[in-house]
Design a protein around this ligand. Structure first.
Ligand SMILES: [Fe+2]
Length: 316
């Protein structure tokens, strides 16, 4: 883990004496889209009154054996947005995903909207710019995105107030979006019976994840919470992706309220040491750190690199 990249979380999402009332009184329309190839749930979040919407964590389909891109998942979202008559304001990423490629540029081209991610994307770009031996043409300043969020930044989704929380741990740049009374968790917490996201990617930290979870737990318990992934823990046969802050505090198997920090870190680190790398990590990171654009070679063709025996390599 790179110590210099650990961010100390000091800023609260709310200013002193401010309440969450203004958020709790707004209920966005939320539609989840489960992608069975990557276990990702993408969301369309909309303001019923103004028909403005945001798309969160979209998926560009990728078949790795033949390196083939296709857009089944993104087209399902685009069709839904068109059918509902929504206008896309934001295409939001919770972080640089390692398990799927983002369809953000494809959806922006089709539907409009601004692509946004957390400002610590620059740290991720620095780390993986090195890993992939990128040249100077790969900018490490986040300029590929339309907007870089800072912790606590506020925005409106139509008439619904929203804000962004910096929640590092899984990666240094993870963000949680709070839109009205609804929280989009990204890869921080998973469903209470599955626990938390892994913290062993470069720049990740189980200690920071613990702190981020405490920050999330300061949100009102009645807020709805939607997960970015579900992997069916033992004993459950149906995919689910919605819970509440209160349920997480009471029941999260890794991090429920009162969990000792060292115990969590020990559990998370041990578990992570046994996990294999996600199937699509090598293409995903190269594409997602470019806001979903596939890099091109000198002839203008799309081309990805495969570093061998790198930070991605695990035996067995
Ligand atoms: Fe992730």
């Amino acid at each position: 883990m790179t110590q210099a990249l650990l961010h100390i979380i000091t800023k609260r999402p709310m200013k002193e004496n401010e309440t969450y009332t203004q958020y709790l009184s707004h209920k966005p329309e939320v539609q989840g889209f489960f992608d069975p190839r990557t276990n990702t749930i993408s969301y369309v979040v909309a303001d019923f009154k103004t028909k403005k919407c945001a798309i969160i964590d979209s998926v560009m389909d990728y078949e790795p054996h033949g390196a083939t891109l296709f857009f089944e998942s993104a087209d399902t979202i685009a069709d839904y947005v068109a059918k509902k008559g929504y206008e896309v304001e934001w295409i939001l990423e919770t972080h640089v995903h390692a398990d799927h490629l983002s369809a953000a540029p494809y959806l922006k081209e089709k539907l409009g909207g601004k692509i946004a991610i957390g400002k610590y994307i620059v740290d991720v770009q620095k780390i993986f710019g090195k890993v992939f031996n990128e040249g100077t043409e790969f900018e490490r300043d986040g300029s590929q995105f339309d907007r870089l969020w800072d912790d606590g930044d506020e925005f409106m989704l139509g008439s619904i107030p929203a804000f962004v929380m910096h929640t590092p741990g899984h990666t240094p740049a993870d963000m949680v979006y709070v839109i009205g009374d609804t929280v989009f968790a990204g890869d921080t917490l998973f469903m209470p019976d599955f626990g938390t996201a892994r913290c062993d990617f470069p720049g990740g930290s189980s200690e920071t994840m613990y702190t981020s979870a405490q920050k999330i737990f300061e949100l009102p318990e009645e807020m709805h919470m939607f997960m970015c992934h579900d992997y069916l823990p033992e004993g459950r046969t149906e995919y689910v992706w919605e819970t509440t802050i209160g349920e997480q505090k009471k029941h999260n198997i890794h991090l429920k309220e009162g969990t000792d920090k060292n115990r969590f870190m020990q559990m998370r680190n041990e578990r992570d040491s046994k996990l294999g790398m996600p199937r699509l990590i090598i293409p995903s990171i190269q594409v997602n750190m470019r806001a979903g654009e596939v890099p091109k070679n000198d002839t203008g063709n799309m081309e990805l690199k495969v570093p061998v025996n790198s930070v991605f390599s695990r035996k067995g």
